[in-house]
Design a protein around this ligand. Structure first.
Ligand code: FES
Ligand code: FES
Length: 167
């Protein structure tokens, strides 16, 4: 059964017909051609598909399209439109936190959610916030370094920033 689905994606309204049971990761990658969100495990274990829904980290491989109705969704394509997101992108590169890169979109979305609610987290808070995101390459130290570096570059007002970007 198809439904007419409306939601906000990276600051822009989206309206489309989609099977209600379509997974959000497929909706993003296949229907909307937003391939930044990755599918790793497909079963909610790895965090590679992390997106934000109303500012909270959600796993796009476990969400169904109908669950996005009326919600505010941010995918990795919208990350750079926020001050915290742009800071994260720069810090991940500068810290050498990216190796194969497969986990990085999910890592950065989890980090964005953290910095939006807590602009200056401790390293322990960073580790906890990223604990649902698996990386098989880096050993995590440089990823934590990158988030800490991004946080250090942020003014305290970043917590009130709202995502506005084109999908
Ligand atoms: S692909 Fe969604 S948690 Fe692994
Ligand atoms: S950089 Fe390769 S999985 Fe994280």
């Amino acid at each position: 059964m198809k439904i007419r689905l409306g939601f906000e994606l990276n600051g822009n309204p989206v309206s489309l017909e989609v099977p209600a049971m379509r997974r959000v990761i497929d909706l993003l990658r296949e229907d909307l051609k937003l391939t930044g969100s990755k599918e790793g495990c497909g079963t909610g274990e790895c965090g590679a598909c992390s997106i934000l829904v109303d500012g909270e980290v959600q796993l796009a491989c476990l969400l169904l399209a109908g669950q996005l109705a009326g919600r505010r969704v941010t995918s990795i394509e919208g990350l750079g439109a926020t001050q915290a997101g742009a800071s994260l992108q720069q810090a991940f590169v500068q810290s050498g936190a990216v190796q194969c890169g497969y986990c990085i979109p999910g890592m950065e979305m989890a980090a964005l959610a953290l910095l939006t609610r807590q602009p200056h987290p401790s390293r322990e808070e960073i580790r906890v916030a990223l604990s649902g995101n698996l990386c098989r390459c880096t050993g995590y130290v440089k990823i934590v370094d990158a988030v800490a570096q991004a946080a250090a570059a942020l003014p305290a007002t970043a917590a009130e920033e709202r995502v506005k970007a084109s999908p």
